[in-house]
Ligand binder design. Structure first.
Ligand code: NAP
Length: 345
């Protein structure tokens, strides 16, 4: 049986090349076309020697594929995606262009009028753990942001169980690949090494995605989320520490910590990529893998829920989740091509 032909727009960025790494060994699809402005005409394996075994030339335009990933920057991606949808292709958009359901809110975070507001309704926000059924049916997946993935997975079970107050704090630390491959002063080695800083302190554009998705599952009032991203000197990984006041009257039994664990284990039963772990997780435990490790506890002095999540921003936070969504869209086993354990150390 012939395999589905897939392609990647913008293989020259970190997300694009991570997609290529995952798709080149995926048993259910053939990666047949990749594009990249700065390297068009060159062999993929020459530009990226870690993928030297792939016999593909980087093109200026995507070839004849059935499903495409757009790994373009936000604001640029929508224009690439529309003609593909018109040609009948399935598309996984890795950018922020179709993630928010409200075009006015999108404008306020992205700084210009949304180019295709009608398509926002068509797109499905690609967190399989929350939207599996819709992802299977859609032509367009808006793949979530990296910070958003870690935070939403950490908060969804508590929000759905109605056991937290709406005031939530998400404190996240990200490796530098989260800022992309485009050269910037703030990601120079000398600026990042031996340094930690908070940034986008007045508001980060991935925050409204977290609010949108937490509110969708929430049993309580609308969430008010304070989100504080930090840049730390490592290549990959995001640790998110989430805090909210527990509604003690909603806790069943007399052991809140145990109850919380049960709520999370029940919510993620049979999820192939979520592990509720017994010790505070490390980013290294998921590096290079599509797993999200989640640790829950309760601060008994303050009555606060504490949830820690770790993901690899380029895998579960981007390319891996994109492939997971592709599997669902194509009717393939959801975990196909994503079963590799993390790299350690
Ligand atoms: N990095 C992450 O952890 C992460 C996680 C989730 C989602 N995302 C999203 O995924 C997308 C790709 O992210 P990334 O981290 O891979 O970005 P990136 O590494 O910064 O790649 C961007 C690449 O896009 C190309 N580019 C820049 N401006 C362009 C333009 N105007 N037109 C065409 N190409 C342009 C450049 O390649 P050329 O020089 O070859 O043109 C550049 O290398 C973004 O939308 C990002 O928000 C990123």
């Amino acid at each position: 049986m012939s395999k589905t032909r897939v392609g990647i727009i913008n293989v020259t960025g970190y997300v694009g090349i991570e997609l290529a790494r995952l798709l080149c060994r995926h048993p259910g699809v053939d990666l047949i076309s990749v594009t990249g402005r700065s390297a068009a005409g060159q062999k993929l394996g020459k530009v990226f020697p870690h993928l030297a075994g792939i016999a593909l030339t980087i093109e200026t335009r995507l070839g004849e594929v059935d499903l495409a990933f757009s790994a373009m920057p936000h604001g640029e991606s929508a224009a690439e995606v529309v003609p593909l949808l018109e040609r009948g292709l399935k598309v996984v958009d890795m950018s922020g262009d179709f993630r928010l359901k409200d075009a006015v809110e999108w404008q306020s975070w992205y700084g210009h009028v949304h180019p295709m507001p009608d398509l926002i309704k068509k797109a499905v926000y690609g967190i399989p753990e929350l939207h599996r059924r819709e992802i299977k049916e859609t032509q367009l997946v808006a793949n979530p942001g990296c910070y958003s993935t870690g935070a939403i997975l950490a908060l969804a079970p508590a929000a759905a169980a109605g056991i937290i107050e709406p005031d939530i704090i998400v404190d996240s630390k990200s490796g530098v690949s989260g800022a992309g491959r485009t050269l910037k002063l703030t990601s120079h080695f000398c600026e990042v090494d031996e340094d930690v800083c908070a940034y986008a302190v007045e508001g980060h554009r991935l925050m409204p995605e977290i609010v949108q998705e937490v509110n969708l599952v929430s049993q309580g009032s609308a969430a008010k989320i304070t989100f504080m991203p930090h840049l730390i000197p490592m290549n990959r990984g995001i640790l998110s520490a989430c805090y909210a006041t527990l509604k003690m009257d909603k806790v069943v039994g007399n052991n809140p910590k145990e109850y919380l664990k049960r709520v999370y284990r029940d919510f993620y039963t049979d999820e192939p990529f979520i592990r509720i772990v017994d010790d505070p997780p490390h980013t290294k435990q998921v590096q290079g893998s599509n797993f999200c490790h989640i640790y829950t506890t309760v601060d008994s002095r303050t009555g606060k829920l504490i949830v820690l999540s770790v993901i690899d921003n380029l895998v579960k936070g981007a390319a891996g989740q994109g492939v997971q969504n592709m599997n669902l869209m194509l009717g393939l086993p959801e975990a196909m091509g994503l079963d590799a354990p993390a790299m350690f150390p």
